[in-house]
Design a protein around this ligand. Structure first.
Ligand code: VGL
Ligand code: ZN
Length: 199
């Protein structure tokens, strides 16, 4: 098979009107729908949190959205409640071309730890199975697009590189949260210096 397209978290809550809206998040949909024509294997990740997830400010007494706390071994940004399992906000964007049989890897399902990467929780311990799945398919080359450039796209790309895949980021198929202006550009630079191609 050789190559796969990894579509990261193109879900309603990350699009305009959603709980954790990424500016222009919905603009990636047509780009990704076009991109997939060049791939035999297209894999989707889905942010999929229980309602009591530790990354929600609402579940951390005395904390506000965008505060940063220590969670396990890592700094954790506290987010608005988003992508709660089986809610409309967690569903894929209605115009996203996702087909029966396309594999979906859900992440962020454990209450106590967040998961930005499609491969691993942020603790680096809990594996989603994505890496083994891709290796079993003989995939060596990943093209990554989706939401958000500065969180889940970035950590998916960095973990892909760590696991030995060649990785290319489709920049026009990504948008950033940009809690600080320029976070998306900074993330792209980090991915590039870690060895990813940016197209
Ligand atoms: C994401 C923040 C919290 C993402 C997920 O998909 O980039 N960001 N959960
Ligand atoms: Zn999340």
């Amino acid at each position: 098979m050789g190559k796969a397209l990894i579509v990261v978290d193109v879900q309603n809550d990350f699009c305009p009107g959603g709980a954790l809206a990424v500016p222009e998040g919905d603009r990636v949909v047509e780009v990704i729908n076009n991109l997939r024509q060049g791939f035999d294997l297209v894999v989707f990740t889905q942010d999929w949190h229980p309602a009591d997830h530790a990354s929600f400010a609402a579940n951390q007494p005395g904390k506000k959205v965008y505060d940063v706390i220590r969670l396990g071994e890592a700094d954790q940004v506290l987010w608005p409640v988003h992508c709660v399992q089986n809610t409309p906000g967690a569903a894929f964007h209605s115009r996203l071309d996702i087909r029966p049989g396309d594999p979906v890897f859900q992440k962020g399902t454990l209450t106590a730890v967040d998961s930005y990467s499609g491969f691993m929780d942020n603790d680096g311990v809990h594996d989603t199975g994505l890496g083994d799945f891709l290796r079993e398919k003989g995939v060596t080359q990943l093209t990554v697009a989706g939401l958000a450039t500065d969180y889940c796209v970035k950590f998916t790309v960095l973990d892909g590189l760590k696991q030995g895949f060649q990785v290319v980021v489709a920049q026009n198929g990504c948008r950033g949260v940009n809690l600080t202006p320029g976070d998306d550009r900074k993330a792209l630079a980090e991915m590039e210096s870690a060895g990813a191609g940016v197209i």
